[in-house]
Design a protein around this ligand. Sequence first.
Ligand code: F6P
Length: 544
Amino acid sequence: MASRELIDTPTWRALVAHQAKIKDAHLRQLFADDPKRAEKFTAEGAGIQLDYSKNRIDGETIQLLLRLAKERGVAARRDAMFRGEKTNKSENRAVLHVALRAPRDEVIEVDGHNVVPDVHAVLDRMSEFADKVRDGSWTGHTGKRIRNVINIGIGGSYLGPEMAYLALRPFSDRGMTFRFVSNVDGAAFSEATHGLDAAETLFVVSSKTFTTLETMTNAKTARAWVVEKLGAEEAVAKHFVADSTNTAGVETFGIDTSHMFEFWDWVGGRYSMDSAIGLSTMIAIGPENFRAMLAGFHAMDEHFCTAPPEKNLPMLMGLLTVWYNNFFDAQTLGIMPYAEHMSRFPAYLQQLQMESNGKHVDLSTNHVNYQTGPIIWGEPGTDGQHSFYQLIHQGTKIIPCDFIGFMTPLSSYADHHDLLMANLFAQAEALAFGKTAAEFKAEGSPDFQTPFRVTEGNRPTNLMLADRLDPKTLGSLIALYEHSVFTQGAVWDIDSFDQWGVELGKVLALRIIPELQDAAEPPLKHDSSTNAAIKRYRAYKARR
Ligand code: F6P
């Protein structure tokens, strides 16, 4: 079925009609009508419990959404992905991040070649290297122990490593410093190296392509920094390693390929934090914890493949995203982890979801006539409550939110945890049920003020709970979102694994760079706005 016909299918039309009915139902009523609602709309998998009862749904909604998933071939597409078929159509590539966490004895083939042994060979090399750095047997050029690790990379070669390092800090070697350079703004490099001794610093250059402008620029600057500080070209060998698919590029840069950890073109950048791109994570938390994280990913992969659709967490989450995105015209999805260590999780999911599902043509290259990926944003709770939650509670927009909480605290200030969790539960409750004018009046609220105070409620949330934020749970949580993104993409019939939209800006920047750097100031042939900005920059640069 061509995608453009999607919105004319009986199921889609039934969902439109159903939305028209249910949009006026209030969660207050839906809960009052069914005392078992929470139980009915809770599912569990890979150590994560998803309570999706505070969504604007009833049993019929879920049945219709599951029918939509079936008709769109979500399960069949999932199986094709897991089999290693070239489901990334626009790049003619397999999509096999699931192979990165497959157990040693599994067989997953790409073009007839079992890739699982390759994955484990790299993991073993990474483990050996990480152990050497952690136990001090890998020393820098001067013989000093490595105490600082700086990951240089951007996008998927940065967000995952930084997010995972911050999330798993309690499991990391606290005697070491980990920093991340992504932005080409020289301020990023200068801050990342500030106060560090080059003799104790290891750079991990992470880039799938090893051609990305920002990463290559920062890597060259790092190389010059090391050579200048340590006074020897040979220092590069002990202070640089690379994670990449591009052996020739790594060699050309001057990193010995015996210090390169490889991955493969069937791993998308935003799906690569559990590949060699995770080397800095592994050095931070140790190989054993890294493998526990992979086991968490794998547990969710298994759940996605085996759980029945009505109990399948990624499918349900993906379908609920479709529900609000396409039937309620919700523009965004908020990600609110109630965990300080998860501060970069929303940013990580931003790339995962927006680069994957921000697409305007379907797999048959037709322009879609329905909405695709929502805008992803968020902040950890409780901070967001004192900032933007006001708009979620009383604004005019519908903003579905994912609330994420962990039962067991990792800090020694355990009494804070009750307050943190109380706030999490309270926010979900307040958003769902609100507070009426009558309730305020009964409490003696003055008439002039009551209308301002009313919170209507009926704001949808998912509540995800897990035991504690550890490597295994983090892996499961990330895989849950990966497969939710997959489910959405399958319904929309788009290529969730390419990212052509980012190319034009890169090409235009390459054209403008010489226009800023060439002292002869070549004539400008852009639009009048771009020309004016470049001229202004040139004038400032001349005065510097
Ligand atoms: O520009 C987007 C992008 O290609 C992302 O998809 C990717 O994660 C990032 O750039 C970095 O790419 P690389 O790992 O090849 O340096």
